[in-house]
Ligand binder design. Sequence first.
Ligand code: SF4
Length: 411
Amino acid sequence: MTEARDTEHKGHTEGAEARRVLEELARERGFDLVGVARAEPLVRGGERLRQWQEAGMSADMGYMQRPPERLSDPRALQKSARSVVSLGVSYYPGDHPESAGGGRVARYAWGRDYHEVIKGRLFELRSELEERLGVRIKARGFTDAVPLLERSAAQNAGLGFFGRNACLISQKAGSYFFIADLLVDLDLPVDEQGEGTCGRCTRCMSACPTGAIKAPGVVDARLCISYLTIENAGEIPRDLRPKVGDWAFGCDICQEVCPYNKTKAARSRWPEFSAEAGAGPYLDIPGTLAIRDDTEFERRFSGTPLTRPGRAGMLRNCCVSAGNQRDAGYVPALAGCLREDGSPLVRGHAAWALGRIGGAEAAAALEESVMKEEDGWVLEEVRLALEELGEAEEKPGGAAEDATGRDGRIE
Ligand code: SF4
């Protein structure tokens, strides 16, 4: 089809009918929410981002430090874009079973890697749309993988409103959903901007263990457990480790307490996001702590979102989760990390966890490490852990006395 005929043809396909077909196909493809906005700069989102960056809250996430005008302009991604189609996919797989144990995993990561799964269906949606409308569509589809303020774009397209926890909350579906976007060169009828309110509810702000929600809608990434356990490549600061609780990957607390999720979240219809499709709700801590090389790590977790922090990052997280659970059953695996893991990051966090759990076997592993360890930062962690053990012995109740609940989460 020539460019001129293509444009002429599009004239017939744009408008209400094209929009109706889009919605019908999107729902058939399993998308729970569909909205459309004009492909124009996200002015409010850009301003929010600028303020957040200026306050230093983006930590070291390079992709969130790009100029707001770039991150907030859909046409910077695709020049020909006329409309932004925002789609929501529930990933809600249910709640963490209380009887299980291990390193707690945020719900979005129980199953397969959403990037690949959703991208595949976006391409299918585009092809079906072309077929039904009988026109070629220039489109770019993505989910959480390109520099665009996706939540702001989705708010513009009517999918939801920004909650106090900075999540996009849908009045119909809560906030356990992925956002995907399709930039298209079609002029489609647009939706009203997403409206809603948290009212006087501040449950998320009170429940956040680290106090990361600094003001309504403003999360300081430097304190957020999701950042600390996923994007953060370095140590988890000592003062924050006890607050991480038993989380080994991400954190759902500010969504768990949200009344919209309690009443509106419906289970995902995508089998790819079920616990059975991936690593599930809890990681086997001793099994994960025994992974000594990247090949084995990839073999265990490839195809799931859990590869994101890398092997050392994931073992670091499991050390912190184990230390907070204060379960003596984790001591042999932690001692193994301290003795033989090649990463100082892992050895240092293993030392911290051993100091927190305590007992003769943990003390012996720490003392052995004093003689052998060559890394200065790890040695400091070992020294502090031994100090903690000494202090715990002097206290009535010893190391078992704790401010955390049964599952290691701060009460
Ligand atoms: Fe706080 Fe967890 Fe929410 Fe981050 S994800 S803001 S740590 S409750």
